[in-house]
Design a protein around this ligand. Structure first.
Ligand code: NDP
Ligand code: MG
Length: 409
């Protein structure tokens, strides 16, 4: 059997890990075949080959060209069209169609031949493609959480109505998805999302006032792209994940909790009505949830290390500090409000994180800008895609104006 894959955002942290997982899955296929030929294999053989049909990047031309040379996809796309000529000449000797511009992602997401679309783009920029894939009834392995946060209702409905499947890649949501299989949906009483707490878990509100870019980018457990690493430091990431879980599992916000778990071994938990709590545990490595989304519903041996609890010894849990991590309480409020509140929450954060990474604002200004933007916004409920995008653009502009004002002051 062959599974044909497109990876949207193949040059990022999740994209590169997805390729590593696919390498391992394909090479273990070779290993299993050769051991079978030698008559050594006793166990059942799962004969799935993973074929890369399309890869995309925003501006990382060299890496994308290198990936194309190695995986020989039929399509490569560069969303920043300024790099089109550079990419075309870099892969000129390969038999590959080169696409450019944001709409190329939609074209790729809807290719007939695809079995799985892995969405590993960062930010709301991934929304049109994710939505297009859901409307085509594709199987989506979603890492790109922002589209679910801002358009969860539209996306989950599009998948439902068109026979699409959404498989979470975010480690917490993969854990919940796995734990959910222990009972029926009606038997679930609550979802408990775990959070490492990020680099400032123990910091007080006063101590995070002068955090540097480098400190914010030093995550104690996970090695990820810059945007999500900053989101983990502010705990905005967990706030976004609460909203993501709300849509993915159709769970009222009142039944979602967050628990700090610095070891990041218990990836999340589901409590059932009888009081049983089912958790998924594993070494903190994104290859595991990525692989599960690719092999689902099967489980196969992969590159992920196996957990040795005796080496870890202790697993600890604590309540989040909502005073230091205002983002988390805002996230719960936004999830309860719904409509364009989540769009503004996400977009103002994306813009503020960019400004922080560019050295124009302080770390603590990120959530302050998000909160101010939310306070100014008139929330609309039951909105169309156009209205969502309008609210998104409005929030980004608001943050930009505020940052300009603060620089001039
Ligand atoms: P990265 O920044 O490492 O990678 C982002 C990818 O998206 C790159 O391929 C990048 O291309 C591409 N990209 C960037 N901007 C655009 C744009 N405007 N349009 C189209 N493509 C774009 O991010 P991560 O891999 O860390 O994260 C990806 C998503 O997965 C995020 O939504 C994140 O929240 C989520 N996630 C990530 C985890 C992780 O471990 N990293 C864990 C759980 C969830 P280029 O290289 O050219 O810039
Ligand atoms: Mg996560």
């Amino acid at each position: 059997m062959v599974k044909r894959i497109a990876i949207l955002g193949s040059t990022g942290s999740i994209g590169k890990n997805t390729l590593r997982v696919i390498d391992a899955l394909n090479s273990s296929l070779v290993a299993r075949r050769s051991s079978l030929e030698e008559g050594k294999t006793q166990y059942a053989i799962r004969d799935t080959q993973y074929e890369i049909v399309a890869l995309t990047a925003h501006s990382s031309v060299e890496l994308l060209a290198e990936q194309a040379r190695r995986y020989r996809p039929k399509f490569v796309a560069i969303t920043n069209a300024d790099y089109f000529e550079q990419l075309r000449s870099a892969v000129g000797d390969l038999d590959v169609d080169v696409l450019a511009g944001p709409n190329s992602l939609i074209e790729i997401a809807q290719l007939e031949e695809l079995d799985i679309v892995v969405t590993a783009i960062v930010g709301a920029a991934g929304l049109p493609a994710v939505l297009a894939a859901a409307e085509k009834g594709k199987t989506l392995a979603i890492a790109n959480k922002e589209p679910l946060v801002i358009a969860g209702e539209l996306l989950t409905r599009a998948a439902r109505e068109n026979g699409g499947t959404i498989l979470p890649v975010d480690s917490e949501h993969s854990a919940i998805f796995q734990a959910m299989q222990s009972g029926s949906r009606e038997e679930v009483s609550k979802i408990i999302l775990t959070a490492s707490g990020g680099p400032f878990r123990k910091a007080t509100a006063a101590e995070i006032q002068n955090v540097t870019r480098q400190q914010a980018l030093s995550h104690p457990v996970w090695d990820m792209g810059p945007k999500i690493t900053v989101d983990s430091a502010t705990m905005m990431n967990k706030a976004l994940e609460v909203i993501e879980a709300h849509w993915l599992f159709d769970m009222p916000v009142e039944r979602i909790e967050v628990l700090i778990h610095p070891e990041s071994v218990v990836h999340s938990l589901v409590e059932f009505v009888d009081g049983s709590v089912i958790a998924q545990l594993g070494v903190p490595d994104m290859c595991l949830p990525i692989q599960y989304a690719l092999t689902y519903p099967a489980r196969v041996a992969g590159i992920g290390k196996h957990l040795r609890l005796e080496e870890i010894g202790k697993l600890t849990f604590e309540k989040p500090n909502l005073e230091t991590f205002r983002a988390l309480s805002l996230g719960f409020e936004v999830a309860r409000t719904g409509g364009t509140a989540a769009v503004v929450f996400n977009a103002s954060n994306e813009k503020a994180v960019q400004e922080f990474l560019a050295g124009r604002i302080k770390f603590v200004s990120i959530i302050k800008l998000v909160e101010d933007c939310l306070n100014k916004h008139n929330v609309k409920t039951s909105v169309s895609l156009e209205e969502l995008l309008e609210a998104d653009a409005w929030a980004r502009r608001e943050v930009e104006i505020e940052v300009h004002k603060s620089i001039r002051a």
